[in-house]
Design a protein around this ligand. Sequence first.
Ligand SMILES: [Zn+2]
Length: 378
Amino acid sequence: MAIIEAMQRELNYPYDTHPAPGTTVEIADGVRWLTMPMGGSLNHINLYLLEDKGGWYVVDTGLGTPRTAELWDEIFTGELGGRPVQGVICTHMHPDHIGQAGNITERFRCPLYMTRAEYYQARAYSSGSGGFGGGSHSSWQGAVFYERYGMPRDYLEQLAVAWRGRSSEGMSMPEMPLGYHRLQDGDILSIGHHDWHVVVGSGHSPEHACLHCKALGIMISGDQILPIITSNVSVHPTEPEANPLQVWMESHDKFLDTPPDTLVLPAHNLPFHGVRERLRQLIGHHEDRLLAIEESCVEPQVAKDLLPVLFARELDVRQTMMALGEAIAHCHLLMHRNRLERTLHEDGRYRFLSIDPDLARRAHPDQHDAPDDRPMMV
Ligand SMILES: [Zn+2]
């Protein structure tokens, strides 16, 4: 944790506070910042507006709640001076980013811009298709998944009950627009006087789009690069053999090319300078966690018993799901690196065992970062 705090000082935050709900703040010529409310410790999501000749592009949309819709109404009639929205760009398919995509594109009859994997995953998870997770939390696939990773037999039932509470918080998946314009890595969107390069990352979600304007020195980073909290990177029952932490780490390497003076506009926390420092910090943080897991697995371990290595707090049912997904993601990357071996035992549970003969030399059990407070639901 000491290391993280030292590195945190290398980041620089040009704004002290967030815009009040229903208002916007100009970040640069043709770039405005607003927030929409969220529950829990996150409190809000940052959204951005890009000005074009005839109107505005909206980048991410907030939760699908009546309150967020009301606040958008205020923004459209007040701050935007009645000029239309010309397009909605969603960085990725999580509910706080796509919640109002349908409403806004309907209202203005404007296109939705997303990458292909994000759009189709959102369509697959939207209401009527089992909701977020595609219904896998109440399927036999979900039951097998949680059993193999060490959860008690009634965990899936507990999760189903907790899941029902999501819709009242706006965390359920909305109906998506029936068509979209595809974004791809390397695309350039010309909006107003500026070119925005699409830079795709992965790991937190399958094909997450960031927008980088080199001339303005600004990157809209969504949940791909956050300055304080760490994005959730999880394995879920829908793709139980996935290795999302590997592509997450590869994405960090790719984003290290971002010019060092870039102002990063994230979806949570405050805009910041210091993108390369932050990426190096995140890479170091995950490498530290990976090593801590290897050290724990000198004796065979089930994934559930690795949660205290990653998280300090007692976790509720949903937080446990996120935390377990993260623990499995770390284990899968270690398997890919030939550092862990996974075997299925007679009790139906996987056990992970460290197999790198060099571990004793690399291990430093007394020098790890303190476990995180709890997993973030973003
Ligand atoms: Zn997200």
